[in-house]
Design a protein around this ligand. Sequence first.
Ligand code: UD1
Ligand code: CA
Length: 398
Amino acid sequence: MSVHVVILAAGQGSRMKSSLPKVLHTLAGKPLLHHVIDSATALDANGLHIVVGHGAELVRNSLATTPVHWALQEQQLGTGHAVAQAMAEVPDDVSVLILYGDVPLIATQTLKALLADVDTTTLALLTVALDNPTGYGRIVRNAAGLVERIVEQKDASEAEQRIKEINTGIMAVSSNKLKQWLPRLSNTNAQGEYYLTDIIAMAVSEGMAVKVTQPRCEEEVMGVNNRQQLAHLERWFQKCQAERLMAEGATIIDPARLDIRGEVSVGRDVFIDVNAVFSGKVQLGNGVTIGPNCVITDTSIGDGTEIKACSVIEGAILGSNTSIGPFARIRPGTHVHDEAKIGNFVETKKSVIGKGSKISHLSYVGDAELGVDVNIGAGTITCNYDGVNKFNTVIGDK
Ligand code: UD1
Ligand code: CA
């Protein structure tokens, strides 16, 4: 069956105490909702539906280029009501995967496992056992251990509140069934809401099977309701990324003081000192050394190059065995060839620094082309701007 993904993102997120809609707060430099969309996109789904409400305009604008069916839920009357808003655009005879815009780290692998279970006779549910299940919907099973229904915290009896297995909210279900069940939901419950979770009991009463899948870890299904939870997931995600780089052969002095807001690839024997921030696409070749407090964005760094402390580098190509910093500012369009050296308090922009050339101290080199083995003395500036046009400075070899 083909798959349509419905992402719920209408809630206000009042506990964030923010004027920004919750799903636009960032984790690793990317909005929460975009993390969910990226995981969903990796499934090759046939349609992506996003239910928005609070801050709908801002959320839509953040995704102007992604093909999405938007559904507006003007009043937040519950998760069942939210899904219902998207159903007009969801075709018959497909599987519907329901995700939350504020549960950013769900893994594609887990979603694939869930989708492997769903069909016209089986509903697939993602659950997890928590030491402290307070606040979540509980999975109620019968004497044979089969799932019977979900009860929300506020509607649960004392015995039900002792159940540790909780509803993550993520599930996959046939669109035909959803279209029958959603209009039958009622809001006569403790919160006066149309609960999506009530469809479980409906499925069971029709003799459908409910199959349960678990994520590989709790963080995958953790929601962000406040800034403490956001910080917790940020650190967890960063730790996972640090572990991946170490597994690929990088030494990281302190995995808790590394931040990757994009994609970083590493060769062997890369050494990363504390407080590195990488953004966008960064490639580090074999034997690259990154000193403390460096900020590196969209840059590729060749084998054996050393970036010394407190350097800021963006949009650059650095060759092999170059030396940059300390306190260097390398701006977009800089291409440093092999064995060149850029020292302290040097700013470069849109410039080619030839092989073996040196700019060791206190200089601005912009819109320049330096040949090989050029030596630029302290306090040198290249610039040629008449107020309208910029002209290149060309310096020959040696
Ligand atoms: C829901 C589940 C609960 C589960 C928990 C997991 C129901 C009734 N309860 O609880 O079983 O353990 O998630 O976190 O489904 N949303 C809308 N429109 C609405 C209501 C919610 O878009 O009218 C969105 C929210 O923005 C959020 C998600 O749905 O992304 C979940 O809403 P939330 O209020 O956090 O769900 P809970 O009631 O906590
Ligand atoms: Ca929640």
